[in-house]
Write a protein that binds this ligand. Sequence first.
Ligand SMILES: [Mg+2]
Length: 237
Amino acid sequence: MIKAILLDIEGTTTPIDFVHKTLFPYAKAKLGEFVETHFSALEPEIEQLEKEYHKDFANQLYGRDFRSDAPETLANYLEFLIEVDRKSTQLKSIQGKIWQSGYESGELVSEIFADVPKAFKRWKAAGKTIAIFSSGSVLAQKLIFKYSNFGDLSGFISDYFDTNTGAKQTGESYVKIATAMNHPQKRVAFISDVTAELDAAKIAGLCTFLSVREGNGIVQPPINHSAIASFNDLQNI
Ligand SMILES: [Mg+2]
């Protein structure tokens, strides 16, 4: 019997489009204004970004100015990091803070598929633990469930894991997560729209389900996982 359910976000609990067409453009649009207003509070990030900048400048990847006393130069550099799709911890951290202020002001509301809150209630009532594993930062994950179109769903979620635990396509990450949740791997089910992630989880001994939702990418066969169109398909998990 399954004791814990581990969920991916994009393409599983939330439309991929919400992340790419709402969240990322929002952070990009608010960047200049946010950096200007919160400049002194961003000191730890700026210190790290300055190091990253010097490397990029030396390697001739970025030729503009960066001055730790000039917010607009920081905003320009962050825009560059977004454009080159750099997986920068500092960029992620600042994006998370921008989203937080957007959610808190009510300007942002996250999108969760309608079957998700119903399944949360059902699984909780059956005594199962619900956790998240996503490449977005833990702060970004928490915000998505706290400020959703179905209200605050964060009370249903026990744990959040991001790539600090390990890559989503590496089996070891799933062993670590099951251990952290105090369950044997075979008692944990992982749901995702990406087969490479599910393959890694399966190798680690987890039970896997492929999320097939509208707006998800096309999945190439062979598919070695049970496919579900919504969480309604998991009535007696
Ligand atoms: Mg996904």
